[in-house]
Structures are given as structure tokens and as C-alpha cells.
Design a protein around this ligand. Structure first.
Ligand code: KG4
Ligand code: ZN
Length: 343
């Protein structure tokens, strides 16, 4: 089963050809990030236009470099949510056009499930249909789920305010670092002392024990910066704040995730999303899981951030939809079943 995957939910235009849900035969990735950097965040219209400009070119490069003809492709899978509406529509329109032109079945992929599938794609030792805990942490989403295989998900916790990646982006802005903030904070934190400032994450009284709230830490960073006018020009001050912030967020994420594994007695964990590219988080997750004998699937760096491979991979496991039923769903939830969307 050879699947062409198309990802355009935010600023990355990703295309990939994956056989049988695991074997990557080719992948292309282009980002409109440089166009957004001066605005300090992704500008939706600019990102949509870039997808339009990049998609056809990337498809030609993918088919050319892999030597695969459209005849050999069995399905077209596309991210249809969640994401930026205009961006999603570009991918969905392209996928529908290709499915009609080439007469191929069309598959609607949930971007958040695709992030979780990235870990399974690269870890054949993890059974696909087992009960698992899943954690997606990206620029737009934070979701902790209980999974029965890749099809059934129950939401255990989500963010009450900022997504984890969003918190990194906002704190980086406060510290006058670049965008996206995650990699900038990580780089700056290398020369900082993670114990310089003790940030505490407030306990949330309502909601579930697995909900996240990071706006308190973000505000605490803001107060530190305001306390010392001009301090954001002091490299050691900035590095200490970046390191302390990073370490507090990582501990919060790791602690909640392993607590969910323990409470539900599930010893298989998969994680995904851009923030999983953070090395401290990867190391702390590995360590916490190995201490508790939890098997953890962490995607390689290139499959943490948005890409077409995870979409093509998951596409092998889903049922086709009728082109007329497929549309962009910007607020699609991680636990929404494919059958509910395609109905
Ligand atoms: O999954 P992704 O590429 O796009 C979304 O679906 O949102 O995630 C992007 C997010 C951004 O907020 C970015 O700052 C964060 O992932 N990120 C990181 C790192 N690399 C990317 N956060 C922390 N540490 C990193 N190394
Ligand atoms: Zn993403």
C-alpha cells in the first residue's frame, strides 16, 4: 500500500511517499518560516499563499527524486485539521484534485493523530493496537490522551491557556529571542543555570489532573524581566531565565505524562509534536520512562515538527472518504473518530 501524504496545516508544506505505513520512499519539506520571522509569528495568509506556490513544485520533485509514477500510488492522504483554515484548504483542494485526476481513494488525516503516529512509524517494536498513553505538544496544541491503538483516543488532559510550544514562543519573545521560540530557548538555555529561578506551576483546581496551565510561568518570566529594566540585554540573565523556564516546563510535562501511564497502568507511551524536538525533554522522558519500565516512542527530530511522512504513514491505516465529504476542519479534536468526520 503506497500512500502519498500531504501536510499543509501551518507553515510547513510537507509531501511524502510511504509504503505500508512505515517505509519512507521519499519526502519533501519546505517551510515559509523565513517569511514570518519578522512578524514574530505565522501570518496565515502568507502561509497559505506559500503552500499554493510550493505544493506543485514539491510534488514534481518528490515524484522525480523517488522515481515513482502516480500509477503506483494507491491512496492520497491529506491533513484536514486541526490547523489554519486557509492553509488546510490548500492541502485539501490539492489532494481532492489529485485523487480525481489520478482516480485514487482519498484519506482524511487528523494532524494530531499523525503526530502520535510518527513515533509508531519509527518504532516497529511498539504494537500498533495496544493501549497507550499519547502526548502531543506543538505550537498550537497540548493533548494527553489514552489510546486504544491509533483509532480510539480519549482525552485525559489539555491546555487551559497556552499550548506548550506557544509558551516557548511567547517567553522567547519576552526575552527578545527569535521565532520560533522553542529552538531559541533551547539554544540560549545551554549557557544558563536551570536552578537560577524557581518557577512553580500552579495546581489547577477545576478540570482534570492532566490539564496543563503554563501562562503562570510565562507571567512570572515577564515580571522578572520588568523587575530589572534593560536586563534582557544581559546574556547571563537571559540564559538563566531561559534555562529555568525550559526546565520547569519539561518537568511539568514529564511528571504529568508518566503519572497518566502509572494511573492507567499503561506501559507504552508515544509522544509527538514540535516541542518533542527539545533535547532536555527527550532525555528526561527517556529517563523517567526507563525508571518505570515504560516503553516510550520518541520520533526522530525530523518527524517531530510538521511533515508529510506522518500523514502518509497514518493514511495507510484509515478508511477512504468521499471527496464531497472532505473539508478542512480547523478545530478538529484529537479524540474525534474518523467516522464522525466522514459521515
Ligand atoms: O508541530 P509543530 O512543527 O507545528 C504545530 O503543529 O504547531 O510545532 C511547532 C512548535 C513551535 O511552538 C516551536 O517553538 C516548538 O514547536 N519547538 C520547540 C523546539 N523546536 C520546535 N520547542 C521547544 N524546544 C525545541 N527544540
Ligand atoms: Zn504539528
Amino acid at each position: 500500500m503506497l500512500v502519498l501524504g500531504i501536510e499543509t496545516s501551518c507553515d510547513e508544506t510537507g509531501l511524502a511517499l510511504v509504503a505500508d505505513g512505515r517505509k519512507i520512499l521519499g519526502a519533501q519539506l519546505a517551510s515559509s518560516l523565513p517569511l514570518h520571522q519578522r512578524f514574530g509569528g505565522v501570518v496565515p495568509e502568507v502561509a497559505s499563499r506559500a503552500h499554493v506556490e510550493l505544493l506543485t513544485y514539491e510534488l514534481e520533485s518528490l515524484l522525480g527524486s523517488s522515481g515513482i509514477s502516480p500509477d503506483s500510488i494507491d491512496r492520497i492522504a491529506v491533513t484536514h485539521g486541526p490547523g489554519l483554515p486557509g492553509c488546510l484548504l490548500v492541502g485539501v483542494a490539492a489532494a481532492k484534485a489529485l485523487a480525481l485526476a489520478w482516480d485514487k481513494p482519498l484519506i482524511a488525516v487528523n494532524h494530531l493523530k499523525a503526530h502520535l503516529y510518527a513515533a509508531l512509524l519509527e518504532h516497529p517494536e511498539l504494537p500498533l493496537e495496544a493501549p497507550m498513553i499519547g502526548l502531543v505538544i506543538s505550537g498550537g496544541h497540548t493533548a494527553l490522551v489514552r489510546m486504544d491503538g491509533i483509532h480510539r483516543m480519549k482525552l485525559l488532559g489539555q491546555t487551559r491557556d497556552d499550548a506548550v510550544g506557544e509558551a516557548f514562543d511567547k517567553v522567547a519573545k519576552l526575552l527578545q529571542l527569535g521565532f520560533p521560540g522553542g529552538p531559541e530557548i533551547e539554544r540560549t538555555a545551554k549557557t544558563g543555570n536551570p536552578r537560577a529561578v524557581r518557577f512553580t506551576v500552579p495546581r489547577i483546581k477545576s478540570g482534570t489532573p492532566y490539564d496543563f496551565s503554563l501562562s503562570g510561568i510565562k507571567t512570572a518570566v515577564l515580571y522578572r524581566v520588568r523587575e530589572k529594566p534593560g536586563a534582557e540585554k544581559d546574556p547571563q540573565f537571559v540564559a538563566d531565565l531561559a534555562a529555568s523556564f525550559q526546565s520547569s516546563v519539561v518537568e511539568e510535562v514529564v511528571q504529568k505524562t508518566v503519572a497518566a501511564c502509572e494511573q492507567y497502568r499503561i506501559n507504552q507511551l508515544v509522544v509527538g509534536g514540535g516541542v518533542v524536538a527539545n533535547q532536555l525533554l527527550r532525555d528526561r522522558l527517556q529517563q523517567a520512562c526507563s525508571e518505570r519500565k515504560i516503553e516510550v516512542g520518541i520520533p526522530s527530530m525530523k518527524l517531530c515538527t510538521d511533515n508529510g511522512t506522518m500523514v502518509a504513514g497514518l493514511g495507510a491505516h484509515l478508511q477512504p472518504v468521499r471527496p464531497a465529504d472532505l473539508t478542512a476542519v480547523p478545530d478538529l479534536r484529537v479524540e474525534t473518530a474518523e467516522t464522525e468526520v466522514a459521515a
